[in-house]
Design a protein around this ligand. Structure first.
Ligand SMILES: CC(=O)SCCNC(=O)CCNC(=O)[C@H](O)C(C)(C)COP(=O)(O)OP(=O)(O)OC[C@H]1O[C@@H](n2cnc3c(N)ncnc32)[C@H](O)[C@@H]1OP(=O)(O)O
Ligand SMILES: O=C([O-])CC(=O)C(=O)O
Length: 381
């Protein structure tokens, strides 16, 4: 054993500086490059937020138009990626599909091994443009449906939904989706971003770092929680005709029982925020709009009951995954596609951090305190 103080999970440890985002649990706020995330989410296209994260400044109209043109030109499903996806079983987790797709895109990128700032930005933009088609196709192939070609008349968010569902979605649905993409984009040194920075710190390439980050995001303590929230709703039972009050009573009872059994309930709690997640009010407002749009007030009852019971018992607040899960459900995404949607958004934050790490690199290699057996001799013979 050791007297060295161990910071399990690196909790509370500051490991580097970043100029990309500021998470402030005291003021319950989140800034991307100095701008409050809720202000960005109010009206900016996701493409503009991506440019902000990468370059540090909001784009001019001309810069945004140029990037939107680039995105539209690079959004079709790459045939090599389709071929690789088709080799994967339809019952594997879609996060495995996302991870494989990024790996294939990296292996085929002409500048795969070029880590100059110009090449990294170009690769980040191409990945941003290419990934929605992976999510859309994966959901469709699982349903036995064909690829839907992108629609160049639509922006990133509208086209994402178009390629997934093969139909243009109403404006309010596209807008709620856009809001979720802006909110999911970046969150300082979370586990997946830190993974991307660790990989970059060895001077590995951008696609390797993103592939590793996807692995970290998959787990239910991180991005996988948005999927897990929907499994909770399913376990409680969604009854479309039920009143909001009855649904709330049932979900409250479910939560009380889960907490009595000392279960961890995904979608609640956060390593940094202890008084609520800065992004939840904006995402909850988007969920409320979707509840109205689809006329599904019983889902709000399930939502309220869980939140209330958790707050009464443990004063633990929802995180972003809590309102995001049911929002994607209402839009028609299959539950296991929720975390791949998170990838599509977080590609922006990950790649911004990869570029930041590379610009002022130090190999990330902490120490450990050994607590195994003392030195000993091999048995004779
Ligand atoms: C976009 C995102 O990645 S947001 C995070 C998504 N993840 C989840 O929703 C998973 C559920 N939440 C959790 O597991 C945790 O809150 C974490 C991992 C996010 C943060 O955890 P930590 O800061 O390490 O706190 P820790 O897990 O030690 O929790 C502290 C206490 O609160 C309890 N607690 C925290 N979250 C929860 C929860 N969701 N359900 C029940 N109890 C919880 C813990 O059991 C622990 O109680 P104890 O002191 O009696 O043992
Ligand atoms: O910051 C974290 O630990 C997790 C999180 O909310 C995110 O990555 O968006």
């Amino acid at each position: 054993m050791t007297d060295t103080e161990i910071k399990k999970g690196l909790a509370g440890v500051v490991v580097d500086t970043t100029a990309i985002s500021k998470v402030n649990p005291e003021t319950n706020s989140l800034l991307y490059r100095g701008y409050p995330v809720q202000d960005l989410a109010a009206s900016l296209p996701f493409e503009a937020v991506a440019l902000l994260l990468w370059t540090g400044e909001l784009p001019t109209d001309a810069e945004l138009a140029e990037f939107q043109q680039f995105e539209r030109a690079h959004r079709a499903l790459d045939p090599k990626v389709k071929q690789a996806i088709d080799l994967l079983p339809t019952d594997c987790h879609p996060m495995d599909v996302g991870r494989t797709a990024v790996s294939v895109l990296g292996a085929n990128h002409p500048k795969a091994e070029d880590s100059s700032p110009e090449a990294e930005l170009e690769k980040a933009k191409a990945l941003f443009a290419a990934f929605p088609a992976v999510v859309a196709y994966d959901q469709r192939r699982r349903r036995g449906q064909d690829v839907v070609e992108p629609n160049a008349d639509l922006d990133y968010s509208a086209n994402f939904l178009w390629m997934t569902f093969g139909e243009e979605q109403p404006e309010e649905v596209v807008d709620a989706f856009r809001v979720s993409m802006v909110l999911y984009a970046e969150h300082s040194f979370n586990a997946s971003t830190f993974t991307a920075r660790v990989i970059t710190s060895t001077l590995s390439d951008l696609h390797s770092a993103v592939t590793g980050a996807i692995g970290a995001l998959k787990g239910p303590l991180h991005g996988g929680a948005n999927e897990a929230v929907m499994h909770t709703f399913d376990e409680i039972g969604i009854r479309k005709e039920e009143s909001r009050e009855d649904a709330a009573a049932r979900s409250k009872a479910w939560m009380e029982d889960a907490l009595a059994q000392k279960k961890k309930v995904m979608g609640f709690g956060h390593r940094v925020y202890k008084n609520g997640d800065s992004r939840v009010p904006t995402m909850k407002a988007a969920l409320d709009r979707m509840i109205e749009h689809y006329g599904r007030h019983e889902l709000l009852g399930l939502y309220d009951g869980l939140e209330q019971a958790m707050d009464e018992a443990k004063q633990i607040k929802p995180n972003l995954d809590y309102p995001a899960g049911p929002t994607y459900h209402l839009m028609g995404f299959d539950t296991e596609m929720f975390t791949p949607i998170f990838i599509a958004s977080r590609i922006t934050g990950w790649t911004a951090h990869i570029m930041e790490q590379r610009a002022a690199n130090a190999l990330i290699r902490p120490l450990s305190a050994y607590d195994g057996p003392d030195q000993r001799e091999l048995p004779a013979g």
